[in-house]
Design a protein around this ligand. Structure first.
Ligand SMILES: Nc1ncnc2c1ncn2[C@@H]1O[C@H](COP(=O)(O)OP(=O)(O)OP(=O)(O)O)[C@@H](O)[C@H]1O
Length: 365
């Protein structure tokens, strides 16, 4: 397998700019997940790498080869499609060996490579079955084995799990990850599922409107989102503006205070503050026991809605103009007055500047 390097790549459909200024390196044996909302350009980027979409600017390097304008068949990059794209009239073994047959590899060699892959993807007892007789998870493993059969330099996977039901999906994603580590293939995987990206990838590249807005390890992307967009996309669904006129201290029914460290310069600049529901500590105002120290973000309000979702209750708390989502272990009656606290380390704070620019996080710890 090979290192893939993308430099200043731009791609268009007609006059419409779809990808701009894409810079990304996938190291040998590394898996990078492309993560982003629908329409941000993930599939277009994979297609551009494979040679299915022309590149209007920039370069792609596979190892020390420049492959930017090579036809698809000369790139040695293989795609695993969302729909698997298997031949329904062929058996499992024939599907896996298909790419080798097209490349006119000798029959004995095809047989031995197919047998090896059948073992690797644990389908050796199904080699003579028609693929139409297989489950979704098994078909996906055939598709993966077929892609690996030709020993590609880079493997790209376009939403490979999206046609699988939830339980099978969990299994297959662990299988792909284990296989990737075992065989050490360089790969890019497209997903719009953040959990899938966190679990499977060595690094995540977040795309927004055709540009990469952050690249980092799963931990970095999750814990240090560099913009409101990434924070929101990675599940920090609560957002307040600080300070806001409507949330001043004059209204006694709710209060919002933000205690920043004294090391930080006091600033009157408006900020956007993001945080996850799981990081909010809720206490009823009578007890208020959980709020030990006045630090981080503290809000008061009352319960507006509560829904059981398995491990916890998702509680909506109205704090003035804001509705804050909180994960809590028990149900609480409507209108109960509550206090909320979010510790400094769980707050993502950004200058309130023009949207869609990459914002700088300011630390409050
Ligand atoms: N063949 C095409 N011709 C013109 N525009 C296209 C074509 N294919 C995609 N687009 C546009 O390019 C943009 C990016 O599409 P793309 O499929 O790459 O997004 P995506 O991030 O993979 O989305 P999804 O998660 O929904 O699959 C979209 O605005 C889409 O409408």
């Amino acid at each position: 397998m090979t290192r893939l390097h993308i430099e200043n790549l731009q791609a268009k459909y007609g006059e419409k700019l779809i990808l701009n200024n894409i810079n990304l390196s996938v190291e040998e044996g590394e898996m990078i997940a492309l993560l982003g909302p629908s329409g941000c350009g993930k599939t277009t980027l994979l297609n551009a790498l494979c040679g299915f979409v022309p590149i209007s600017q920039g370069d792609i390097f596979s190892g020390d080869r420049v492959i930017t304008h090579l036809p698809a068949e000369k790139r040695n990059i293989t795609m695993v499609f969302q729909s698997y794209a298997l031949w329904p009239h062929m058996t499992v073994a024939e599907n896996i060996g298909y790419g080798l047959k097209v490349r006119k590899v000798k029959r004995a060699e095809i047989q031995s490579r197919v047998n090896e892959l059948l073992r690797i993807v644990k389908l050796d007892n199904l080699q003579d079955e028609k693929v139409t007789a297989l489950s979704g998870g098994q078909r996906q493993r055939v598709a993966l084995a077929r892609a690996l059969a030709i020993r590609p330099d880079v493997l790209v996977l376009d939403e490979p799990l999206s046609n699988l039901d939830a339980k099978v999906r969990l299994n297959v994603r662990h299988e792909i990850k284990a296989l990737q580590k075992q065989l050490g293939f360089t790969s890019l995987i497209v997903t719009h599922d953040q959990e899938e990206a966190l679990v499977m990838a060595d690094k995540i590249a977040v795309l927004h409107k055709g540009e990469i807005v952050q690249v980092g390890t799963p931990e970095e992307i999750y814990n240090k989102p560099n913009s409101p967009f990434v924070a929101d996309f990675m599940g920090a669904e609560n957002r307040i503006e600080w300070p806001t006129e409507k949330d001043g201290f004059s209204d006694s029914s709710h209060k919002i205070t933000l205690h920043q460290s004294s090391n930080n310069e006091p600033s009157n600049q408006p900020k956007q503050v993001y945080f996850r529901s799981e990081n909010v500590i809720l206490s009823t105002r009578q007890t208020n026991s959980k709020i030990q120290k006045e630090e981080g973000l503290i809000l008061t309000g009352h319960i507006e809605q509560s829904a059981f979702f398995g491990s916890n209750y998702r509680i909506s708390v109205r704090c003035g103009m804001h509705i804050i989502q909180v994960d809590h272990t028990s149900d609480l009656p409507m209108n109960t007055p509550v206090s909320l606290q979010v510790p400094n380390h769980a707050l993502y704070i950004y200058d309130n500047i023009v949207e869609n620019k990459v914002h700088q996080k300011s630390t409050v710890v």
